[in-house]
Design a protein around this ligand. Structure first.
Ligand code: ADP
Length: 607
């Protein structure tokens, strides 16, 4: 490793919803009670193959073991929406695959991250950290996650939470009293860093009223400071995204000259869109001399060269100063070497830059054991998926009118393809294509549910308008919020999952969708190109698993949706075959974590 010149200056378990029938089958306004029972009758006749029997107002399990004991059907008029009911503990207990190999040469890895699923998740970063950590733990390694103790974290989701250290960490000329807590989340040890100033306060992971960049600079140093105070020297410090991009600088130019000697630093870039733009004096607030990093070979933001003053990029600094840099799919690696202002830096550091496809956490995303689902299912038995679809259709009021009309119409509802799109509503995700899909799916006679959160007011306004337009119709729902629970229910209910991104470093949504039997319809870019292969590509029959389009125009998307709908409606046997096939694809971290471990091994200090 290059030595840099010194720049040192300064379980929860709530009562279970599925077991209660009281208030779970509320009367819809003006609906006589007998209608509820007649709709139960229809559902029974639909689901006879799953061995269900009806008991006044609730479905009861007979023998399949896959349906919640007493299921109350939801309605849009429920006081508590179906995705906010109380669920049993969702402390994902890892299903330990029988073929898991324990590694012989064991490492201690500490992730330093701004997100962790499920307690502090905004997008894929949170999923990745939890999934990779769990996979490495299963292989026998010691893994800790270090996370800011955001005020919005629900403490009931942390097991064995305890204050372990109170120490001071530097920020802007002061030593800030800071608490370190230890806890266990979803089976993974976590160290929570809680400064006594305003950092990380507020109701959301991002967007608090404090200076976010300075808060993450503080956090990066506070993690190293804690390791020093606690006398902990992991083999690997694994940092993620721009938020922790300053840690490699702090490590090599400060803490390595203090007491930390052993760790080596790995950076994963989940999305090259965010560079961590930083003024020199802001970097100086964490104790480094910001002016020393304003060179092309260090951390200057190339786009600002010649400006006065030039700015820094924490992501670039992280790339230069880390022992290895990983991005989240092989295709995104190629794309980032060819375009964008960071390409020249990445080319310079090409020998330590790798593309490893993300996995999904199959303990957290498991339709056979998912606590949020009214019925469980797997690739061999997808009857429960039909129930989930109907459950969601009813809960959102998309099928309710038809149910009362009898079996025939109910069957017809289940024959309507349900497309879901679960996404942050930002330009990267192909907003114009999502909006077009809403129109086009309706035109094709399908149904579509969008679950998304917009950070931009204008985008939110546009989707709000669409949501209101469709809120009473039978085909479209647009839900502008973040809900982990609802996302699980929607993946389970979906026939297709739409991911029309303009660019997509990896994308988890298509992989999660597949695990839940939703066939992906995606734009061919980044990790989507590495995970979804077109059904009509004759040269690729073996891997074919979805519908792919290339253009960013509406016609390209129409073509993919047309073909997906045609398979669904005209070739039901082939469709069922695809559903089973996508559910059986192994996109788990257990499959890919080994590639990270190889990189950890290649940079670790062995003596
Ligand atoms: P990105 O990291 O760019 O947001 P990914 O596809 O890699 O995109 O990961 C997105 C993750 O966030 C998935 O787990 C997806 O289910 C989840 N997600 C996105 N939007 C929402 C939302 N509004 N509510 C719940 N989960 C969401």
């Amino acid at each position: 490793m290059m030595i840099m010149e010194s720049a040192l200056v300064g379980k929860f378990c709530k009562p279970c919803c599925f077991h209660s029938t009281k208030g779970v089958l509320p009367k819809r306004k003006g609906m006589p009670t007998h209608h509820l029972f007649s709709s139960e009758f229809n559902i029974l006749s639909l689901l006879t193959s799953t061995h269900l029997s009806v008991q006044a107002g609730a479905l009861k399990q007979k023998s399949s073991g896959f349906v919640s004991k007493e299921l109350g059907w939801p309605s849009p008029d429920d006081e508590i929406p179906f995705w906010k009911r109380d669920f049993p503990s969702w402390d994902a207990s890892p299903e330990v695959p029988t073929d898991i190999v324990k590694d012989s040469d064991l490492l201690h890895v500490v992730h330093v991250t701004a997100e962790m699923a499920p307690i502090a998740k905004v997008g894929g970063l949170g999923d990745v950290v939890t999934g990779l950590a769990r996979a490495c733990l299963l292989r026998g390694h010691t893994v800790d996650i270090m996370l800011p103790f955001y005020e919005c974290i629900q403490k009931q989701q942390i097991n064995d939470l305890a204050l372990i250290t109170t120490y001071n960490s530097y920020h802007d000329g002061n030593w800030i009293p800071t608490n370190a807590y230890r806890g266990v989340v979803s089976g993974i040890p976590v160290i929570f860093i809680e400064p006594s100033n305003e950092f990380f306060k507020g109701q959301h992971v991002y967007g608090g009223s404090y200076n976010e960049l300075e808060a993450y600079l503080f956090f990066s140093r506070a993690c190293l400071e804690w390791m020093q105070v606690a006398g902990i020297q992991p083999d690997i410090i694994h940092v993620h995204e721009w938020q922790t991009g300053a840690l490699p600088l702090l490590y090599w130019d400060m803490y390595q000259y203090l007491s930390l000697k052993k760790p080596r630093v790995i950076l994963t870039i989940h999305n090259m869109e965010h560079y961590g733009e930083c003024r020199q004096e802001q970097l100086s607030k964490c104790g480094l001399d910001g002016s020393l990093y304003a060179t092309i070979d260090k951390a200057v933001d190339d786009r600002t060269v010649g400006h006065n003053p030039e700015r820094l990029s924490l992501l670039k600094g992280g790339i230069v100063y880390s022992n290895a840099v990983v991005t989240v799919s092989p295709t995104y690696l190629k794309e980032t070497l060819c375009s964008g202002w960071l390409a020249s830096t990445l080319i310079t550091h090409r020998d330590k830059y790798f593309g490893i496809l993300n996995g999904i956490d199959t303990a957290m995303w498991n339709p056979a054991a998912d606590v949020f689902l009214p019925a469980k299912f797997n690739a061999q038995n997808i009857e429960g998926k039909k129930l989930c679809k109907h459950y969601v259709q009813r809960g959102l009021g998309m099928a309710s009118e038809s149910i009362e009309a009898g079996n025939y119409v109910l069957d017809k509802m289940l024959k309507i393809p349900l497309v879901v799109c679960i996404s942050r509503l930002v330009p990267q995700k192909g907003l114009h294509l999502i909006i077009h899909a809403i129109k086009y799916v309706e035109q094709l006679g399908g149904q579509m549910v969008v679950l998304g959160k917009a950070s931009d007011g204008r985008v939110e306004g546009e989707f709000k308008h669409l949501a209101e337009l469709h809120s009473h119709g039978p085909r479209i729902r647009i839900l502008l919020m973040y809900s982990e629970e609802l996302s699980h229910l929607l993946y389970a209910a979906a026939d297709m999952v739409l991911v029309p991104s303009i660019f997509e470093p990896c994308g988890l949504s298509q992989m999660i969708g597949m695990r839940y039997g939703a066939v992906p319809v995606v734009r061919k870019t980044g990790g989507l190109a590495d995970t979804v292969f077109d059904m009509d590509d004759q040269s690729n029959r073996e891997t074919a698993n979805g519908f792919v389009f290339e253009g960013i125009d509406e016609g390209s998307l129409n073509w993919a949706l047309d073909r997906a709908f045609a398979y669904y409606r005209d070739k039901p046997d082939e469709w069922n075959g695809i559903v089973q096939k996508v559910m059986e694809i192994d996109n788990s971290w257990n499959k890919t974590a080994g590639k990270y471990i190889e990189i950890y091994d290649s940079v670790r200090v062995t003596s």
